[in-house]
Design a binder for this molecule. Structure first.
Ligand code: ARG
Length: 569
């Protein structure tokens, strides 16, 4: 497909005698169509060229020439050069490319040969997979899919919280009262009860707390009884978590959780010791980070046991060596910003190449709030993700029963819509914003929602079905698509890959989510203004082809967000 930006950059670069790639970076796609299809802000050159932006713009306009019929007009407005692409050039380009690539339209090879480790989801064993982990799972999964589509080799890691002193407590509680609880039947709930109970006992009785600490120490030393119980808790929990992953259709390349690093931590401790960086502090061993204005990073606790941070440091070593990553991404709530700042700082001391330590990226996200307030993660009243997803499905089921009771395959469709609604709601805003969780908003079929996007997709399907065919590109006369509504849709289709690149670069799936809504809405206007099935076969073919193209891009885009499209609804 012709890269119009590239063509413009070539010409502007010649006119001002500056490198093409610099110019390319400056070219924007204006959000307001009245400012053209591409726009070049001349302010950025004012300093370098020692001239007023308006003058630079006028001069460029005089000098540039385009060989092919690609630019219709160029305007100078307030120091901007606004370019209007020849509509037929847009139409021909986009539709040819879509016809050639179909499901692969938008794909790139830009990431070929680059490895990206993505650490996401990471629930904690023996604790509920709560709604807070939903965000990590959904955002991580979208980033994984987008990067992969852009040609990167992605390694998705579920860094399970399957280690730490809480396991010492669980083991103690289970030994004391295990028989009273049916952990096979209902592992997470029952283990949580044991955990709460033993915690209370620990508060009353110092000796119990001591045994708990001992258990963890024994676990670290591979004591068979402790190890067996730990394995049991882990397996039962994973089976529960799998139900959620199945509903969301999320998979991982590695399930190496914190415990995986138990035998890899001594190396971290040794390196830091050798460099004389481990300082005693109230009985613990810490790396002082005061020069970086951060609290110390605790490497070993008072009782000699390791920490969450130590395991993350060992994981960095492991990932650098085994995955040779170009980037390692970590997706967690903003509550862990400091933790990652600390370990990324300490990682610089681990004798790793800068290529690794410079490319550790924490990707924080905001909390989920119910319309009625914050959702607790620590104390009680936790909302379980599995229940929540099932509720989404049953709510959609109700809507279907009311509006379209005879729909075939209702269950399957309700699942795609319900789950899709939850995922879309999670991805529709910049990730750092707190997410408001409200059923009515996310299930509104006319809102900026997953169901709306799916509804428009289904509409493209049913139009093609009604016509009974998908036209061949050769049948399409591009001249028939020059009206405003059609052009708007085509320009959006043209931008698809650019949107994916932006989403990847900023680690922001919302850029893609908003684009898809924009595309769906533009299609809806196109459809309202233009009859699609009509007597004039030539016009019908062109409009049907555009309909087909929109459906294709909506489906590809949705799948990159982790959302499936129903064929009818
Ligand atoms: N298990 C942690 C939690 O629930 C998240 C782990 C994130 N990944 C990491 N490498 N620290 O908060």
């Amino acid at each position: 497909m012709t890269d119009f930006k590239q063509k413009l950059a070539e010409q502007i670069s010649k006119a001002v005698n500056l490198p093409e790639n610099e110019i390319y970076e400056y070219i924007e796609v204006p959000s307001d169509e009245k400012m053209g299809d591409f726009s070049f802000p001349c302010f950025k050159l004012a300093k370098e060229l020692k001239k007023a932006p308006q003058i630079i713009a006028e001069e460029i306009k005089e000098k540039i020439k385009f060989e092919e019929q690609i630019v219709q007009k160029v305007e100078v407005v307030n120091g901007y050069l606004n370019f209007y692409v020849e509509p037929l050039a847009f139409i021909t380009n986009v539709l040819n490319e879509i016809s050639e690539k179909s499901e692969n339209y938008g794909k790139s090879t830009i990431g070929n040969g680059k490895n990206i480790v993505i650490d996401y989801s990471a629930p904690n064993i023996a604790k509920p997979f709560h709604i807070g982990h939903l965000r990590s799972t959904v955002i991580g999964n979208a980033i994984y899919k987008i990067y992969k589509f852009l040609g990167y080799n992605c390694i998705g890691v579920n860094h399970l919280g399957d280690y730490g002193t809480q396991f010492g407590k669980l083991i103690e509680g289970y030994k004391l009262w295990g028989k009273e609880y049916n952990i096979e039947e209902n592992p997470i709930d029952e283990l949580t009860k044991i955990y709460v109970r033993i915690n209370n006992l620990c508060k009353e009785d110092e000796t119990v707390l001591e045994s708990c600490r001992n258990n963890f120490k024994k676990l670290e030393d591979k004591d068979p009884e402790c190890l067996e119980l730990w394995t049991k808790f882990r397996e039962l929990s994973l089976k529960e978590f799998q139900k959620v992953y199945d509903l969301l259709q999320v998979t991982f390349d590695s399930w190496n959780g914190e415990a995986f690093y138990s035998d890899k931590m001594p190396e971290v401790v040794d390196i830091l010791k050798q460099k004389n960086l481990l300082k005693p502090s109230e009985g613990a061993l810490v790396v002082d980070l005061s020069e970086k204005n951060m609290p110390p990073c605790i490497i070993e606790k008072t009782n000699g046991s390791t920490t969450y941070a130590t395991r993350d440091l060992a994981a960095i070593l492991y990932r650098a060596r085994n995955y040779d990553f170009d980037k390692a991404l970590y997706i967690t709530s903003y509550e862990q910003i400091l933790h990652f700042k600390q370990i990324f700082e300490v990682a610089k001391y681990l004798n790793l190449d800068e290529k690794y330590t410079q490319n550790l990226v924490h990707i924080p996200f905001g909390m989920i709030q119910l319309k009625s307030g914050k959702m607790s993660t620590r104390e009680g009243n936790v909302i379980k993700l599995e229940d929540l997803l099932n509720e989404a499905i049953s709510r959609v089921n109700e809507i279907i029963n009311e509006k379209n009771p005879n729909l075939e395959n209702k269950e399957e469709i309700a699942k795609k819509i319900g789950i899709g609604a939850v995922i879309f709601n999670d991805l529709y805003n910049s990730r750092i914003k707190d997410e408001i969780f409200d059923w009515d908003t996310m299930l509104n079929f006319n809102g900026e929602t997953g169901p709306y996007m799916q509804y428009i997709y289904v509409r493209t399907k049913s139009l093609l079905e009604k016509a009974g065919y998908i036209p061949k590109l050769e049948q399409v006369n591009f001249e028939n698509l020059q009206d405003e509504a059609s052009l708007k849709v085509i320009k959006l289709l043209y931008n698809f890959q650019d949107i994916l690149l932006q989403s990847a670069e900023k680690y922001e799936p919302y850029i893609l989510a908003r684009y898809l809504i924009n595309l769906a809405q533009s299609f809806s206007s196109f459809y309202n203004e233009n009859k699609i099935i009509l007597d004039d076969k030539s016009i019908q073919d062109a409009r049907l082809y555009l309909t087909y193209s929109v459906g294709l891009v909506l489906k590809t885009g949705a799948s990159l967000l982790g959302i499936q499209m129903p064929d009818r609804m």
